[in-house]
Write a new protein. Structure first.
Length: 213
């Protein structure tokens, strides 16, 4: 039998170490190559905007296009009435729209995008003279398998990225639709919202299949 103090390896019945074996037909697992890091697949940038006044939404829309390029899909206005979280700061009768941007980007840019949207929110607040935020701009990105949103609020399920920004895994895409998670935001659980992002995913997958220009 193999002595417990012998170095790792395969031994015959007399205790002699055998030469390296590549798997053969006697039930051992073959040695596999170590996985090598590679570049992430580009992602599709998306953004949600919570607001009360259409004129403010149009101004935010103009500014985010100036920052991140043309929009290739825009939702209608959803009533933001499944939570009262923002009402003390933004007032009642809130609405939310979602947009997706035409170009693909690197997932590593999400913290910088979130920090820039915080600057944009503050610019709009100063220009309107509001005490609280008149608009809330929530960026994120979509992959073939998931929707990820950015947040500056820490929680047990959120992944620190950099400069105080965290990744919030919103939901997963499946073959038949969407799989929500325990922490999925209430409005992201609604059919119309999920329908929008499923359409964005279809557009994104087509973009990935397109040959490079």
């Amino acid at each position: 039998m193999r002595s417990p103090c012998k170095p790792l390896g395969l031994y015959d019945d007399s205790g002699v170490k055998l030469p390296f074996w590549d798997g053969g037909d006697i039930g051992y697992t073959k040695r596999k190559e170590m996985a090598q890091p590679k570049a992430f697949t580009p992602v599709k940038l998306v953004c949600g905007v919570i607001y009360r006044e259409e004129i403010l939404y149009e101004e935010v829309r103009r500014r985010i296009i100036a920052e991140w390029g043309s929009i290739d899909l825009e939702s209608h206005a959803f009533p933001f009435d499944l939570t009262a979280y923002y009402e003390p700061e933004m007032g009642p009768d809130l609405k939310r729209r979602f947009v997706s941007f035409a170009g693909l980007t690197a997932s590593e840019t999400l913290p910088a995008v979130k920090l820039r949207t915080i600057d944009l929110e503050e610019s709009v607040r100063r220009e309107t003279g509001a005490l609280g935020r008149p608009v809330n701009i929530d960026p994120g990105y979509l992959t073939a398998s998931a929707l990820v949103m950015a947040t500056a609020k820490d929680f047990s399920h959120r992944i620190p990225l950099e400069r105080g920004i965290y990744a919030h895994l919103e939901f997963l895409f499946t073959k038949t639709g969407v799989k929500t998670l325990d922490w999925t935001y209430p409005d992201f659980r609604s059919g119309p919202c999920q329908g929008f992002f499923r359409t964005v995913r279809e557009m994104y997958l087509r973009q990935l299949r397109e040959p490079p220009a």
